[in-house]
Design a protein around this ligand. Structure first.
Ligand code: APR
Length: 252
């Protein structure tokens, strides 16, 4: 039940605004683990021990080391944007309407691929936030209690700039505004387990009467909420669908 070419032509002629939500599945083929697959991160770690504000108070070393490991992986030469990340850049550049990319991922692969209109709703692994001055600064290396804030110079207040369970995701107002005005909502590589992101499809459907499409390896937990679906690896499905949207399917 992919989107018919007639419907795509209508969306293109209307220059329909598109909102895309991505999750860990889009980065899987770049070598990063997802969270809830059998080999996923939450099969090896307990969320309550590494990804909550309470965990950071109780055991900051463990939390920092969890994120330090994940930050290091981003520096691995083999971890680079894949064909799905790149296809979304093409879509942003060539679609006649606005394209907003909202990612739950804290990796930097969308940015490295070249996406510009991009919101990291769960934060960014390559940034830190200072509890003393609230400044957000770029950060490439391991982070620890003795590190100094590049903005205020104080020590001991830095945390990874990521949204933990129990904290409010970032830029929600801008995201909801885009969802309420979109013509097409696409969800890619997310299991549909974590709110508020898991509820975006219903906002797009009910408030904007948008067409909704899920692209995932397999039907997600929220699959029944979508009008259309494409199942398979992101590096195959996303470029193919972007080409179809851009009217290029026959040229490639
Ligand atoms: N192509 C497309 N989809 C894939 C691929 C692939 N190559 N590999 C896996 N997937 C799908 C899985 O089938 C699964 O539905 O990606 C989804 C990943 O789901 P999760 O592991 O739950 O990741 P995500 O949805 O991004 O998690 C949401 O949970 O722990 C938090 O903050 C974390 O942002 C994260 C949030």
């Amino acid at each position: 039940m992919s989107i018919s070419s007639t419907l795509i032509e209508i969306l293109r002629n209307e220059a329909a605004p598109i909102v895309i939500l991505t999750g860990a599945g889009i980065s899987r083929e770049s070598g990063l683990h997802t969270f809830r697959d059998p080999d996923g991160i939450w099969a090896r770690y307990d969320i309550s021990e590494v990804a909550t504000p309470e965990a950071f108070i109780a055991n900051p070393e463990l939390v920092q080391s969890f994120y330090n490991d994940r930050r290091q992986i981003l520096h691995d030469a083999s971890v680079i944007p894949n064909a799905a990340h790149q296809a979304l850049v093409r879509l942003e550049q060539e679609w006649p309407g606005e394209v907003l990319l909202v990612t739950q991922n804290i990796d930097d692969l969308h940015g490295r691929a070249g996406s510009k209109n991009l919101i990291h709703m769960h934060g960014e692994l390559l940034k830190v936030r200072c509890n003393h001055c609230d400044a957000i600064s770029p950060w490439q290396d391991d982070l620890g209690a003795g590190d100094t804030c590049p903005a205020c110079g104080k020590t001991g207040g830095l945390r990874p700039h990521v949204v933990w369970f129990g904290e409010m995701p970032l830029e929600m107002e801008r995201i909801y505004q885009a969802l309420e005005n979109c013509g097409l909502f696409i969800s890619i590589g997310t299991s549909g387990n974590v709110y508020p992101a898991a509820g975006f499809v219903e906002v797009a459907h009910h408030q904007a009467q948008a067409e909704t499409l899920e692209i995932n390896l397999e039907p997600s937990d929220g699959a029944s909420l979508f009008d259309h679906a494409l199942y398979g690896p992101a590096t195959k499905c996303v470029p193919e669908f972007v080409d179809q949207l851009l009217g290029r399917a026959k040229n490639r």
